[in-house]
Design a protein around this ligand. Sequence first.
Ligand code: GAR
Length: 187
Amino acid sequence: MKNLAVFASGSGTNFEAIAQACADGRLDARVVLMVCDKPGAPVIARAERFGIDSFVFSPREWPGKAAFETEIVRRLRERDVDLICLAGYMRIVGDVLLGAYPDRILNIHPSLLPAFKGAHAVEQAVAYGVKVYGITVHWVNADLDGGRIIAQKSFEYDGSDPEEVHRIGQKIEHQLYIDTIEKVLSL
Ligand code: GAR
């Protein structure tokens, strides 16, 4: 059985979908650590409900990215983590983490990459009047949202409400992330 770590900064619906899939046996894996850079984020209570260990930190209390990533890597190694899943972790991954887990970090992004990289992807797409939206799961490298794409799913929406796009997209995200993790773990 493989060990996963999930990184999140906010609500944590993707975290919960992954943790539930592990608990149900739909994924032959277990979530051994949840990492969160936002004390107070709702994802922390979700991890508690699943009995999953958390590392919650406030980046400004550390001397820099290398320092907190060194601590994250220590905790990942302690738990023999095989795969890291970024799930709404709104922070650029630095050299320490990338160097320790090359080609072992996934991210889910709410656009059809390479369109609309970075934060507020859905809002950017709505502002363009996009008609075909989508979700991407990709490997993480030093290029923001620029790593090799593993899976994508599109959907049509002809409107101007970003909240509606988020709602449609999130349902797709949960299944797409679980399916992609399964595929990656079987490689
Ligand atoms: C998800 O929609 C994910 O695609 C997005 O953050 C949301 C987190 O939701 N990620 C990014 O925008 C990364 N650039 P969740 O906390 O409910 O899983």
